[in-house]
Design a protein around this ligand. Structure first.
Ligand code: HEM
Length: 115
């Protein structure tokens, strides 16, 4: 696949991921009905990761820079947020703010590449 396809897939994946995250957090305390939200969150995670590695290969010649490692860490935290909110490890209100902050930081890292 060419780089533009990976860019489009990465960005669609981000939209799918954060749509699913929002639904999963809204339903974090609900007794049931979270399955579809978690499925959308999971599909988005997979799209972001696969297209992210595609971009890494095509745009950066597979070279790991600090900001890419940081984005993988952010990806992991975003992956865990619904479970953390569900189990009360992170209060749901804080999980919303963390979702915005982590997503925003990932975008900032991708654009600024500060390290
Ligand atoms: C929540 C997670 C993530 C968000 C919100 C995010 C966001 C973004 C954004 C907005 C861009 C700019 C896209 C463009 O210029 O077309 C980008 C590029 C990129 N992302 Fe991600 N990303 C995330 C996770 C990842 C992960 C896990 C990887 C793993 C390898 C990754 C690797 C890359 C690479 C290599 C680029 C290309 C940057 C360039 O060469 O200009 N991203 N990301």
């Amino acid at each position: 696949m060419d780089i533009l396809t990976y860019r489009v897939l990465h960005q669609i994946g981000i939209i799918v991921l954060f749509t699913g995250l929002g639904a999963a957090l809204a339903l974090a305390r609900a007794p049931k009905g979270r399955g579809i939200a978690l499925a959308i969150h999971g599909i988005g995670l997979l799209m972001v990761l696969v297209a992210g590695f595609g971009l890494l290969a095509k745009a950066r010649a597979g070279e790991w820079e600090g900001w890419i490692i940081a984005k993988v860490g952010i990806w992991l935290l975003v992956a865990c947020l619904p479970a953390f909110a569900r189990k009360g490890i992170v209060p749901v209100a804080l999980a919303w703010v963390l979702g915005f902050a982590l997503g925003g930081t990932a975008v900032w890292l991708a654009v600024m590449k500060p390290f």
